[in-house]
Design a protein around this ligand. Structure first.
Ligand code: NDP
Length: 247
């Protein structure tokens, strides 16, 4: 049986919502009746495809860098001119720049921390302010098993992803009195463009570590995100839902 959700009347922001996992999350919300604002960093082709696929009274795609505090603040000022409220924020935008620590450039350290972790802070700070008055909201960070286990070559990414979990746990305690829940979904290996640069043999090695012995799909992640975003999940906060095939 398919679980169906009714997000009619909800406005949802999905960062990095025009490709990969974010696109699947955005489309799952759209199919469930929500208005979705998908943000993106620079891939105009992917954004144009989404704009062509969905009506403008249900969907918009907005380009800015989530790593920039000023750009996030401006995005929300503009958002307020088009929308009365924000119910759900999905902090999904993320990048990887893998390298062993001894060879890692300061730029690769900073850009991964700034996009994955500071981006989560920037968006959550301004998003939360729009949820507090209504005493309702859902914030979900897309973290990673890398943040819990650590992977060689991913000190920057793992640190950012662990930080997203700690951030969610802290914010969940601050936001609870307003009935706003803050959680993480931790996807296992999902075959998107994020993993496109991995050599085939390394992908096979990763797959062998997964007890369910396969990579997950973007819809596996979207299903978990919609559940945690639903009214039915109102007693779940400060937690991490691992959708990782047992990894
Ligand atoms: P993709 O590379 O397929 O998509 C990333 C998305 O994030 C794109 O829409 C991209 O925009 C956007 N983005 C990147 N940087 C920025 C930025 N600075 N500002 C705004 N938007 C930005 O990634 P996935 O779909 O695979 O990953 C989504 C999330 O899931 C990430 O947080 C990732 O860490 C996490 N994750 C993924 C796993 C996987 O196996 N794929 C496993 C565990 C976690 P644009 O299209 O313009 O480039």
């Amino acid at each position: 049986m398919n679980i169906s959700y009714d997000f009619n009347g909800s406005t949802v922001i999905v960062t990095g919502g025009t490709r990969g996992i974010g696109k699947a999350i955005a489309e799952a919300f759209l199919r469930s009746g929500a208005f979705v604002t998908a943000t993106y960093a620079g891939n105009e082709k992917a954004a144009a495809e989404m704009r062509a696929a969905w009506p403008s009274d249900k969907f918009e795609a907005v380009r800015f860098d989530v790593a920039s505090y000023q750009d996030a603040e401006q995005f929300f000022k503009d958002f307020d001119t088009r929308h009365k409220s924000l119910e759900i924020l999905i902090n999904n935008a993320g990048i990887r720049k893998d390298s062993v620590v001894g060879m890692m450039s300061e730029a690769d350290w900073s850009s991964v921390i700034n996009t994955n972790l500071s981006g989560t802070f920037n968006m959550s700070k301004f998003g939360l302010m729009r949820m507090m008055g209504k005493r309702y909201g859902r914030i979900i960070n897309i973290s990673s098993p890398s943040g819990k286990m650590g992977f060689a070559g991913q000190a920057n990414y793992a640190s950012a992803k662990a930080g997203q979990v700690a951030f969610a746990k802290s914010l969940s305690k601050e936001a609870a009195k307003r009935s706003i829940t803050v959680n993480c979904v931790s996807p296992g290996f999902i075959d998107t463009e994020l993993l496109a640069d991995l050599p085939a043999d390394l992908k096979e090695q990763y797959k062998a570590q997964v007890p369910l012995n396969k990579f997950g799909s973007v819809s596996d992640i979207a299903n978990a995100v919609l559940f945690l975003s639903s009214k039915e999940a109102s007693y779940i906060t400060g937690t991490v839902l691992e959708v990782a095939g047992g990894l």
